[in-house]
Design a binder for this molecule. Structure first.
Ligand SMILES: [Zn+2]
Length: 384
């Protein structure tokens, strides 16, 4: 059995378990998971609950301030449209824009819409394989680029480089846990490698499918464009860890973005359309089915995300009591961009499995083995 089929088998079993068994089982095993806010599903370990079961974030309702200060989505959408249109024919090579596709629903929807709205914008789609891409995500990429008939570039950095990055970051977690350290580093590498490819192919625009929430929480971004300061600076650290410490070998640093190697006018712009469109999860899901971009059962984040994600969740729960992915989703629920019922059971079952070792322990052990780590190295200890 290949590595990836084991992950898919356990991921599907995990989803099946959530839908069919957990609704009654959960009442019997309450000792294994925390109480959650009745409104936004935030764990009590993250945001304390009052007697009504409402968390502090829901009571204060301050989290949406930065979002409310943004222009309305139709104005941002129009600004984005103008920006995209201004790049038509601007590439000095064969393409005007490099579009990142990951096999998830967000980037699949995004590339379709860009292709529809800007038929003259010459797109090169780009997939960066981090060594832990699931086979479902890979199939989705094939499906989407085949359907749209667009050029595609596939890049897979050498495995020992990826393992060095993930292994170091997983054992040097910052305050925002696995999401803010390991997954964030993976995202930063993706952006850096896409900037490098674009600059070499003389493509003036990179387009990435990060959601508004990923940008607000992860980058402190307040427009759909990457801040200039990020574009024009050299990579020195990732998620608080110095590049030099992770990669003492000079050759391993080349893949990262070093703006100083290029003239200012050669450096591509980077845009995030989903920041402007600001769609809810359900809207995107419905559209990718309706357009026939992805098949039902192929859009679950549990299946299309990197195979190391379950390990991050489990490590976080042992360290902090909740997964570092949860705050972003509870915020989306508070702001009406995600459905509470889609996420509550996922977080509960993740806690249950993190504490008991049931359901996904095969995936956990397999990923740790690939990274050359043991459960002990990352603080996982199952309860009897
Ligand atoms: Zn809440």
């Amino acid at each position: 059995m290949t590595d990836t089929s084991k992950f898919i088998r356990e991921a599907k079993a995990f989803e099946f378990y959530i839908k069919t068994i957990w609704p009654w089982k959960r009442k019997l095993v309450k000792r294994y998971y925390s109480k959650r806010c009745v409104r936004c599903t935030a764990s009590e370990r993250y945001s304390p609950l009052d007697e009504q079961g409402i968390c502090r974030l829901c009571r204060d309702d301050k989290t949406s301030t930065d979002n409310n200060n943004l222009p309305p989505s139709d104005i941002l959408t129009e600004q984005l449209h103008q920006t995209m249109a201004s790049y038509v024919g601007k590439g000095q090579g064969d393409h005007d824009a490099l579009v990142l596709v990951s096999g998830g629903k967000d980037s699949s929807y995004m590339v379709h819409r860009l292709h529809e709205e800007h038929p003259k914008l010459r797109l090169l789609t780009y997939t960066h394989h981090n060594g832990f891409m699931s086979s479902v995500a890979l199939d989705n990429v094939q499906q989407v680029i085949g359907k749209l008939g667009v050029d595609h570039f596939f890049y897979r950095p050498r495995m020992n480089f990826m393992i060095r990055l993930f292994r170091y970051q997983l054992t040097h977690l910052g305050p925002n846990g696995g999401y803010g350290t390991v997954d964030y580093s993976d995202g930063e590498l993706l952006l850096d490698s896409s900037m490098n490819l674009a600059v070499k192919l003389k493509i003036p625009l990179v387009i990435c499918g990060y959601s508004r929430y990923q940008l607000l929480d992860g980058f402190g971004c307040d427009t759909f464009l990457l801040p200039d300061q990020r574009r024009y600076s050299d990579r020195k650290e990732i998620a608080g860890n110095a590049l030099q410490d992770i990669f003492p070998n000079e050759g391993d640093q080349a893949i990262w973005w070093h703006a100083s190697k290029w003239k200012k006018e050669q450096i591509p712009q980077m845009a995030f359309p989903l920041f402007a469109w600001d769609l809810a999860e359900e809207e995107i899901r419905a559209k990718v089915f309706q357009l026939g971009l992805l098949k039902a059962g192929m859009v679950s984040p549990v299946l299309t995300n990197a195979e190391y994600i379950p390990v991050l969740g489990v490590v976080d729960i042992h360290r902090d009591g909740y997964s570092s992915f949860e705050p972003e989703f509870s915020r989306m629920i508070r702001e009406g961009k995600a459905k509470k019922e889609n996420w509550q059971y996922i977080w509960e079952v993740l806690e249950y499995t993190a504490r008991t070792g049931k359901l996904i322990s095969g995936t956990i052990d397999q990923t740790l083995a690939r990274l050359g780590l043991s459960r002990q190295d990352v603080g996982i200890k199952y309860q009897k």
